[in-house]
Write a protein that binds this ligand. Structure first.
Ligand SMILES: Nc1ncnc2c1ncn2[C@@H]1O[C@H](COP(=O)(O)OP(=O)(O)O)[C@@H](O)[C@H]1O
Ligand SMILES: [Mg+2]
Length: 318
């Protein structure tokens, strides 16, 4: 079975990424996954593990942002009995649990600097030290790390070790944000709709062409996770219906800052303002199938002002 098939998309950016991931999966090198939240770092880490020689061995995930500094060291490396108040017995860490397999360190950008030194020691020597112990132990663990921030910036401000960064970054895999691969939107929507239709026993709703246009100009700050959640919600709430832009959550219908006229740059060759206004009104009417209230809203005008301007441009107003 090809485990990379779970990662949907055909855009060139994703294609190149999967090709590198396949090569890296066949080796034992440390991998650093870079990408905004929701771009698919975790499913890619899973696919790499499943396609590697370690597939039958444990795959253990630690979200480095989820634990306080005081706990993360013993969680990773284990601790000896009596090493701190409440340590009534010795406990194994995740490194031992992952022996022979893969340890996925998610949000590595949040790993405290003190623990970064200990992780570096493991990567360089294969040695770990349990909290409160003096004798190191060795394990055979492959590290896949993921970051949702620019680690170079953290190196510059002293919150991430440069030497660890170089050790982790043997094979860097950068996941493109959804806004950079909107060509995959249709495929992804189909994939999620089919899945939720099956899971919830609902008839898939359809997107109108206006709605698809909105989805294709949206910035998708939550990336594929946001798209997945939207599909699930619509599949449940609007089963069997046609989805219009008005049915989308509020954030989809907010005029984006880039279309805010205060950001519009006048071309040095000038323009014909009267013509531009007429063209924008025409576009709004086309988009709303002639609905004047909706057109006025799209243009940030009252309905009366729109009618006035339509008359000025000799649009038919009745
Ligand atoms: N290319 C993709 N194809 C199908 N599902 C995807 C894809 N990328 C992400 N997903 C889904 O989107 C959600 C977020 O992905 P995840 O791997 O958790 O992102 P990250 O770890 O980068 O925040 C998950 O439900 C995941 O299955
Ligand atoms: Mg994640």
């Amino acid at each position: 079975m090809d485990h990379f098939k779970t990662i949907i998309g055909q855009s060139p950016a994703l294609d190149a990424l999967i090709r590198s991931a396949r090569i890296a999966a066949a080796t034992d090198v440390t991998i650093l996954l870079n990408g905004e939240t929701g771009t698919g770092k975790e499913i890619l880490a899973n696919a790499i593990q499943q396609s590697s020689a370690r597939a039958k061995k444990p795959f253990i995930t630690l979200n480095c942002a989820a634990l306080p500094e005081s706990l993360i060291e013993s969680e990773l490396f284990g601790h000896k009995k009596g090493s701190f108040t409440g340590a009534t017995g010795s406990t194994q860490g995740l490194f031992q649990a992952a022996d022979g397999g893969t340890l996925f360190l998610d949000e590595i950008n949040s790993l405290p600097v003190s623990i970064q030194a200990k992780l570096l020691r493991f990567i360089e020597s294969g040695e770990c030290l349990a909290v409160g112990d003096t004798e190191p132990y060795t394990v055979d663990v492959r590290i896949i790390a993921a970051s949702n921030t620019d680690l170079n910036q953290q190196i510059a401000n002293g919150t991430f070790r440069r030497d660890l960064y170089y050790r982790l970054n043997v094979v860097p895999l950068n996941l493109p944000p959804l806004a950079a691969r909107l060509g995959d939107l249709d495929l992804l929507i189909k994939h999620f709709m089919k899945r939720f239709e099956r899971e919830h026993g609902m008839v898939t709703p359809q997107f109108s062409s206006r709605t698809l246009k909105v989805l294709k100009t949206y910035s998708w700050p939550g990336n594929i996770r946001e798209l997945r959640n939207l599909c699930e919600r619509l599949c449940i709430l609007l089963a069997g219906k046609i989805i219009e832009p008005e049915n989308l959550p509020l954030e989809f219908n907010i005029v984006s800052p880039s279309s805010n006229l205060s950001h519009f740059t006048l071309p040095s060759a000038g323009l014909d303002l009267d013509n531009l206004e007429a063209s924008l009104i025409q576009q709004a009417l086309d988009m709303t199938k002639g609905n004047r209230s909706k057109s006025a809203r799209l243009l940030g005008l009252t309905r009366d002002t729109l009618l006035y301007r339509m008359q000025k441009h000799v649009f038919a107003t009745h």
